[in-house]
Design a protein around this ligand. Structure first.
Ligand SMILES: Nc1ncnc2c1ncn2[C@@H]1O[C@H](COP(=O)(O)OP(=O)(O)OP(=O)(O)O)[C@@H](O)[C@H]1O
Ligand SMILES: [Mg+2]
Length: 333
């Protein structure tokens, strides 16, 4: 089957020079029509950037976004606008217009698309039925609960008859019961209307509850993709193991080779250290897991890195790390 959405070798770099951030690096994945596809990752993994690249709210630095096989990155504005109407989005913060009633919020995209006021209202009422809030047509967003606001946002997203619904942390601001009911609504929309749903979240429970397949995004890269059950029960990637097991994926297997834990005390930032090991020693080490916080460019927390198998090289890396001000390093495996 031809994927409905296919992302090919997509990279996104923000800024330039010293302030450059590679938010996504060489991301490829394919979403099949009719599936509920989850994308999970830690904060800063690049989830929102990825979802914004799918509907080209953000233009990829490199790579392609195919919708039914057609590359959206090559389209002219007018054609892109037409295609984009088939890919709707909902957000954590709902993004409703406060001065408009629920009904008028839902009518808004229809009016923009040139639908007559009368037809727009009729369609909006149908959509209010679908999301279970016909009695809230004349309520303003301030008069609605979080879950109700998200239902209105879903109705608005459905107004343009989309084929794909992108959900960026759509339930993250909601309590567990309300989260449950919104996820059930998304599931119903997927089943009854055949709309492909792409869910971005940092919560495993959301993925477990309704997704068919999941991609784990880790530091801007896809760590693994597969059926939810198999990825969560037997993750193949370090990022997957870290997600599933709370202690950053430890213990690793012997095949992972020697591993060091680096602790940052706020006098250094993390990325340059890994880069400078490569530059100064010519030895490549990779990050196996990290639980660091970045405050004003300074790192706090710990990181696990893979060490070279060769004992002499390993020793050079350890000595190098230990001599680095602001960090302590120990071999843990
Ligand atoms: N407009 C921007 N300009 C510069 N850097 C950005 C911009 N948007 C995102 N980034 C950076 O890109 C990286 C990925 O950010 P993104 O918002 O995609 O992560 P996320 O996985 O959605 O995180 P969260 O779970 O916190 O929402 C981060 O390092 C972020 O600081
Ligand atoms: Mg985000």
């Amino acid at each position: 089957m031809q994927p409905i959405i296919e992302i090919k070798s997509l990279s996104k770099v923000f800024g330039s020079g010293d302030g450059k951030v590679a938010a996504l690096q060489n991301v490829s994945l394919a979403v099949q029509p009719g599936e509920i596809f989850g994308i999970i990752g830690l904060s800063g993994a690049g989830k929102s950037t990825l979802v914004r690249c799918i509907n080209l709210l953000e233009h990829p630095t490199e790579g392609k976004v195919l919708f039914h096989g057609q590359d959206l990155t090559g389209l002219k504005d007018k054609e892109l606008r037409l295609q984009r109407r088939k890919i709707s989005m909902i957000f954590q913060s709902f993004n409703l217009l406060d001065q408009r009633t629920s009904l008028d919020n839902i009518c808004f995209p229809l009016e923009l698309a040139g639908v007559s006021k009368k037809d727009a209202r009729k369609r909006a009422m149908e959509l209010l039925e679908i999301v279970g809030l016909p009695d809230k047509a004349n309520a303003y967003p301030v008069q609605l609960s979080g879950g109700q606001k998200q239902r209105i946002a879903i109705a608005r997203a459905l107004a343009s008859d989309p084929e794909v619904l992108l959900c960026d942390e759509a339930t993250s601001a909601l309590d567990p019961t309300t989260t449950d009911s919104i996820l059930k609504l998304l599931q119903q929309i997927n089943r009854e209307r055949g709309i492909t749903v792409i869910i971005i979240t940092h919560q495993m429970s959301v993925i477990e509850q309704i997704c068919h397949r999941v991609a784990i995004l880790d530091m801007g890269q896809v760590a693994e993709i597969g059926e939810v059950e198999s990825v969560f029960s037997n993750p193949q990637s370090v990022a997957g193991r870290r997600l599933v097991s709370p202690d950053m994926g430890l213990p690793f297997t012997e095949a992972d080779g020697p591993i060091a834990r680096i602790a940052f005390n706020g006098n250094a930032s993390e990325e340059p250290i890994i880069a400078s090991v490569a530059m100064d020693l010519g030895i490549k080490v990779s990050i196996m897991g990290a639980d660091t916080r970045n405050i004003d460019g300074k790192a706090f927390g710990t990181m696990l890195i893979s060490l070279p198998a060769d004992p002499a090289e390993k020793q050079r890396v350890m000595e190098y790390l230990k001599s680095h001000p602001g960090v302590t390093a120990e071999e843990v495996q």
